[in-house]
Design a protein around this ligand. Structure first.
Ligand code: PHE
Length: 347
């Protein structure tokens, strides 16, 4: 058995000392390319295997030499990599004593809080929520609600027209008309929240744009007592456990009889105070039994079906509930107002 290690000794110790002296990862890679790559000086020594007698011993000697170089190489490469990592960690050091960036919590506009609350109350009573178009045809805003072209009631809501036949809806009752049209004479139990537009004189309690929630129930044997019980439950949940409601007779073309609904003052409980202007009662909404003409126009037989409807102003409820003095505050996005309000609610 031959010993061929002497063939590799010189070059091996040369490469190892070059590796030891190298000052960077790049220098190391250069050594690898020059000596250890396929065409490298060291690898080329393998060609000599053709000339030797004991090829096995030659191969072993070659592998042993390569192994000793590679060990040194890996050791050095690890050292450089560790140095690089340390440098990186040092430069990216985080000062954990610095104060963090605080994100302030958003506050919901009271309008949306109350809208959601109204929806929740009625959904808990089995109503579904419907919406409709804000720009609507005369037919749905007026005609199907028993307000023909020449009806004086139009004056009260005379409003913002797009053309002769299209207008910004002046109440959410128009959504009723849409739902009834598609109900095929079946029972209905819905609330319809949405924006409404009127030619109104703006003051602290009126705005040309505001929002309502419409309610509509149609079925057999629906009566005024059902309406009163429903609204009383709503008032109790929205204002105060001992809230009562009272009806005053009123007029709407689409309901008969029609009522104006007051809720007992939740501030003074009926004694009289500035909130209720001394009367003990606060007006909150309009309502009534669906007019037979409205039922007929949408395909319901008024001898079989009856129903009630109501329309409540969302801003009005929110103003009463939270003692807000000016309707415009809902729309101005004044963060100071909204934050103030959130404190009031949490207290
Ligand atoms: N639509 C009426 C209004 O806007 C409110 C209302 C709705 C009255 C339903 C009765 C029944 O003033």
């Amino acid at each position: 058995m031959e010993n061929y290690s002497h063939i590799f000794d010189e070059i091996t110790s040369k490469i190892i000392s070059l590796v030891e002296e190298s000052k960077s990862l790049e220098a190391l890679v250069e050594i690898k390319n020059k000596y250890l790559s396929k065409k490298g000086e060291f690898s080329q020594l393998m060609i000599k295997i053709r000339e030797v007698a004991d090829k096995k011993s030659f191969g072993e000697a070659f592998n042993a030499a390569r192994k000793s170089i590679e060990e040194k190489y890996d050791e050095k490469a690890d050292k450089f990599n560790q140095e690089l990592l340390n440098k990186k960690l040092e430069s990216e050091q985080v000062d954990i004593t610095l104060p963090g960036n605080t994100l302030s919590r958003g506050v919901e506009n009271p309008f949306f809080k109350v809208k959601k609350e109204i929806e929740d109350i009625f959904v808990s009573m089995g109503y579904t929520v419907e919406t409709g178009p804000e720009i609507d045809f005369d037919k749905y805003v007026f005609e199907l609600l028993n307000i023909p072209k020449d009806h004086p009631a139009r004056d009260m809501q005379d409003t913002l027209y797009i053309d002769n036949n299209l207008l910004l809806r002046s109440h959410t009752s128009s959504i009723q008309a849409h739902v009834m049209e598609h109900a095929n004479g079946k029972p209905i139990k819905i609330i319809c929240p949405g924006k409404t537009y009127r030619r109104d004189d703006d003051d602290v309690t009126h705005s040309h744009q505001f929002a309502q929630v419409e309610g509509l129930v149609i079925d057999k044997n629906i009566n005024l007592g059902n309406l009163k019980a429903t609204l009383e439950l709503f008032a109790k949940k929205m204002f105060s456990k001992d809230s009562k409601v009272r009806f005053r007779s009123s007029y709407f073309p689409f309901t008969e009889p029609s009522v104006e609904v007051d809720v007992s003052c939740f501030n003074c409980h009926g004694k009289g105070c500035p909130t209720c202007k001394g009367s003990g009662w606060i007006e909150i909404l309009g309502a009534g039994m669906v007019h037979p003409n409205v039922l007929k126009m949408s395909g319901y037989d008024p001898e079989v079906y009856s129903g009630f409807a109501f329309g409540v102003g969302i801003e009005r409820v929110a103003m009463l509930r939270y003692g807000i003095d000016d309707i415009r505050r809902f729309y101005q996005s004044d963060i100071r107002f909204i934050e103030e309000f959130s404190k009031k609610v949490e207290d």
